[in-house]
Design a protein around this ligand. Sequence first.
Ligand code: AAL
Length: 396
Amino acid sequence: FGLLMALSLIACSEQKTETKSAPTEDSAKTEHKVFPHKMPSEKPDMPLSAAAERMFSYPAPRVQDNELFSQFKYTRLKGFDYRNGDGTVSRRDPSRPILVDGKYYIYYTKRDTKVPPIGWNRAKEATDEIPSTDWDLCDIWYATSTDGITWKEEGVAIKRPEKPKAGWRSVATPDILVWKGKYYLYYQAFNEPSGLRGDWCPVSVSYADSPDGPWIHGGDSVIPFGKKGEWDQDATHDPQPIVYKGKIYLYYKAAYNKWPDIRDKYAVGHGLAIAEDPLGPFEKHPLNPVMTSGHETTYFPFKEGMATLAIKDGNERYTMQYAEDGVNFKIASVVSLAPTAAAPYAPDAFTDSGNGRGITWGLCHFTNAGTPKKGYSIMARFDCDLSLDVDIPSYK
Ligand code: AAL
């Protein structure tokens, strides 16, 4: 047996030597071309594996110093009471903070109900006092802070209106635009308990001269639903306005087939609607959806284009993406433990500088909203290193 083994080993090594000494025409051609030790700035002219090829579709620098890579650090906020977490108070889906006269302002979904939500699958049992989901029977509240950690809850910004006005059932998930000295809040306006036929709702807008209000109703269904059969036929969520190329770029999400019957066809898409006036009309971009991953919308100006964080949902969840034109997004980096419902403080979101500097912090939420009998959410702060000006090496 020992002899047999020895013979077969010799046979093997002979075979190997033979392969080496008889190169094919192809391998001879590429013999001197081996992937270099120093990362090339251009794709090298040589056959590449799929992964090596893909590497050159990421923006430079492509290695550890990728400008659109970050880790995320979280800090608990001070100043919000959650009634010992009994599920009757919830705060979620914060707007991006804005800085006005030395104070940060945020707007968010607040639920204060006698009982916690009963769940989307029991939406038929929801009443005027029993919420179906965590964002049912909500109003939009606001809070201020000087350091982004300790907040003072100031009161209601937008109360849900009387039935049958748009949003009578719930107003939720706001975001802010500052345009020509006025403030505009875009938010989801529910006319039925979410969960009944999916998470159906259009977007409304209100405006004010001061970030403290009073808020004047400015319009409903500002992003028209798609026609029946189109991806955004009955949901426009997470509106996020940015001033870009002299216009208002309003990114939004449609979660289609969310609940309850065709969950296996569930998908998210983000659309872009563009207007010259904050009250519209908003025209949808012909290439919509411009993103196919990300449960919420988190966009910010970066260099001449737009960066976005695709959070949960979709094949490309947990990626940072970049579009030079604000429309055609490509994966720039893969991230982990990313903030949910991230709303960054983006100082140049409304300045249209054409040279976005990125972000270092923002608000997000943590949720156990699916937990029966005590679902609710809290807001938190995240810090990150996605700024071109401020380097935070400790997060790398
Ligand atoms: C959120 C957002 C929208 C949805 C629900 C409340 O994270 O995507 O606001 O409708 O979940």
